[in-house]
Design a protein around this ligand. Sequence first.
Ligand code: GDP
Ligand code: IMO
Ligand code: MG
Length: 420
Amino acid sequence: MVDVILGMQWGDEGKGKIVDYFAPGYDIVARFQGGPNAGHTLYVEGKKMVLHQIPSGIFHQNKINIIGGGVVLDPVTLKRECDAVAAMGIDVRKNLFIAERTNIIVPTHRALDKASELAKGESKIGSTLKGIGPAYMDKTGRNALRVGDILDKNFTSQYIKLRLKHQKLLDNFHFIEDISAWEEEFFEALEFLKTLNVVNGEYFINNQMSQGKKVLAEGAQGSMLDIDFGTFPFVTSSNTISAGVCTGLGISPKQIREVMGVTKAYCTRVGSGPFPTELEDATGEELRKIGNEFGATTGRPRRCGWMDLVALKYSAMINGVTQMIMTKADVLDAFEQLEMCTAYNINGKETKEVPYQLSRMKATPVLARFPGWHTDSTQLAKGAPLPQNMQAYIQFINEYVGVPVKYVSNGPGRDQILPL
Ligand code: GDP
Ligand code: IMO
Ligand code: MG
């Protein structure tokens, strides 16, 4: 049995905190896609931890954490993260498992990411420059090196072959940065990787499930950044939606039970691309300030705007979301008035559907207004009724999307969450 937690917007919805909260109810936490472009923040014993590659269940003793084959893995980031986790008393050799099929990010992938973004100029994606796009290109191009290859005696020659191929591309981009220091740390990190548990991921997880073990699949990025269904080309390079759980872990769709969609009470986006409800004014600035909306991976200011119900309903549809978790409700505490987008106006026509090519059209949001709740929601006791205006805000979301919000997160802390 697998339950899924994934982002319904453009990433950074608070997935890390939510996975950490639900992890005690599961035996296994598994990442199924994405790479170190993910930055999942959680607080452990009051200490802030940001995870990029390791699943967010790692801080619970005796839980198995799996990096699935659908992930792209940067050994350097992984080593750094394992060191940080080990410093918190966690034995990664006991509870972290990596699928053999996981594709490896090599230093030239990072260089290619940078070169490609520079070449795009104004139309750049706003990539995190972690080598995600080039690594997935080598996967679908059938050139990639995988974790299961690192013990192969031909690994170094395979690496050199790939590097030469990349060098030709980099020469075309006139990219001349010296990456020898990156290479040195890459090979050091590979030695570390050899000491970790590398397993046949699909047999490992299916065997565990046949023994009755419960799996929590942790999405990275968000549904609107999905390679197929997001705001292409301003997307990441993997299937961030629930369908990615099956291909990323090697499990049957029949195993999936709950799909828990995480959404902020408003919207943010890092990097370029369409964002119909974006507020480029003082209100947007206030959301950014109160919500501390700066990238966990890159530190970049996140673009902020009102809740986009058109995108949220679309996301619920393509993921089969069964319940929603609304995070950062406390960020809206002091706002006099709130707004939510109920339709897009495109060339004078209203639509409640996300169009095929949102990035090529100007979608003006049709906004519904709601009074703020003027309550310090961080102080709300579990089980106590929510402020009436917050209830009305949530009720509108429930009715519009057709899926209920079941939890409200009212602060970044581990226990700052209100079951409804
Ligand atoms: P993820 O990528 O989806 O895991 O989200 P990030 O960690 O990148 O960004 C979410 C940010 O919001 C982090 O700094 C969290 O600590 C913080 N956060 C999560 N939930 C809440 C909440 O309910 N209220 C507030 N104020 N902050 C939250
Ligand atoms: P988490 O898991 C928010 C965005 C980048 C860029 C686009 C492509 O923390 O929610 P890439 O690195 O894949 O080339 O970037 O996707 N992006 C994210 N935005 N949260 C993330 O991850 C993201 N990972 C990638 O800003 O616009
Ligand atoms: Mg993040």
